[in-house]
Design a protein around this ligand. Structure first.
Ligand code: CP
Length: 307
């Protein structure tokens, strides 16, 4: 397979296992490129990409920007704060105005679930979803699975537990779709109030027991508590959350095997994970960030100009 099945990357739900494998193969090649003294290739020369961030970001925004620069694309950056969105302009009007400046591809992060999907029904440019509300974050899931594969090989039959705030997490949903396509076994673990009721329909195990889930898994992907998306209280206090659901070294020392520790960032040190765990040799948090650039280069390269 040499081409993706889609012209956009809107989510993981609608891409194939073949698409994921092609993205990984291409990312492995680009990872070699960005570890060379000359890190740039001309693959996207004459392609113009707009990065539209309607929501805050550090990793995803900088990673896309760097990936685009490594591929020699021309780029323009938009953030909602300071734009005419504040004057009432609609999303579609904003995007159509940007596209009229001869932009070929869009990377969009937006607080509304379905924003990238909605745009794909109205515009021709290739679109990459960089996170849409609580819905999907496909590039994060791809870089997470790619990073797991680098460390533990083929994911078929491997056990991955996603810990924490599953309810508000686009990373959890995209990871579940991606890991399922790659044949992994998946468990989610967190307080009952932060585990959505429909989760069983995705064929994942549910546990409320952190110690047992750490013993069960080969990979622990630990998520941040998204207080900014919680308008009601889902647990009594942050201290109580940490006491019952935080991952610390004592818990890890009580299991008789090595597991990989992952976190998509941003990390709330001392809340869902202690600094000792986040900075330990079990953690691949910064390797995830490194792999994000190669994964995004691969996606941009494979989608550019695709009809
Ligand atoms: N993991 C992630 O999406 O981080 P940012 O919000 O900083 O982009």
């Amino acid at each position: 397979m040499s081409s993706l099945s889609q012209k956009h990357l809107l989510g993981i739900k609608n891409i194939t296992k073949g698409d994921i494998e092609l993205i990984f193969k291409t990312a492995r090649e680009f990872k070699q490129v960005i570890n060379r003294p000359i890190k740039k290739v001309p693959s996207l020369r004459d392609i113009t990409i707009a990065n539209l961030f309607f929501e805050n970001s550090t990793r995803t925004k900088m990673s896309f920007e760097l990936a685009e620069k490594r591929l020699s694309a021309d780029i323009i950056n938009f953030s909602a704060s300071g734009s005419s969105v504040k004057k009432g302009e609609t999303l579609l009007d904003t995007v159509n105005n940007i596209l009229s400046m001869k932009v070929d591809m869009l990377v969009i992060r937006h607080p509304a679930p379905g924003a990238a999907q909605y745009l794909s029904q109205h515009i021709d440019a290739n679109i990459i979803n960089a996170g849409d509300g609580t819905h999907e974050h496909p590039t994060q899931a791809l870089l997470d699975s790619f990073s797991m594969t680098e460390k533990i090989g083929n994911l078929a039959g491997k056990k991955v537990c996603i810990f924490g705030d599953i309810l508000h997490s686009r990373v959890a949903l995209s990871n579940i779709f991606c890991l399922k396509k790659l044949g992994a076994k998946i468990r989610v673990c967190g307080p009952p109030t932060l585990i959505p009721k429909h989760i069983a329909s995705l064929d994942v195990e549910v546990s409320y027991d952190v110690a047992d889930s750490l013993k069960w898994c080969d990979v622990a992907n630990i998520l941040r508590i998204q207080l900014e998306r919680q308008d009601v209280k889902f647990f009594p206090s942050q201290r109580e959350y940490t006491q019952y659901f935080g991952i610390n070294m004592e818990l890890l020392n009580n299991i008789d095997k090595e597991i990989l520790i992952m976190h998509p960032g941003p990390v709330n040190r001392g809340v869902e994970i202690t600094s000792e765990v986040a900075d330990s040799n079990k953690s691949i948090i910064l390797e995830q960030v490194e792999n994000g650039v190669a994964i995004r280069m691969a996606i941009l390269y494979l989608l550019a100009g695709k009809k």
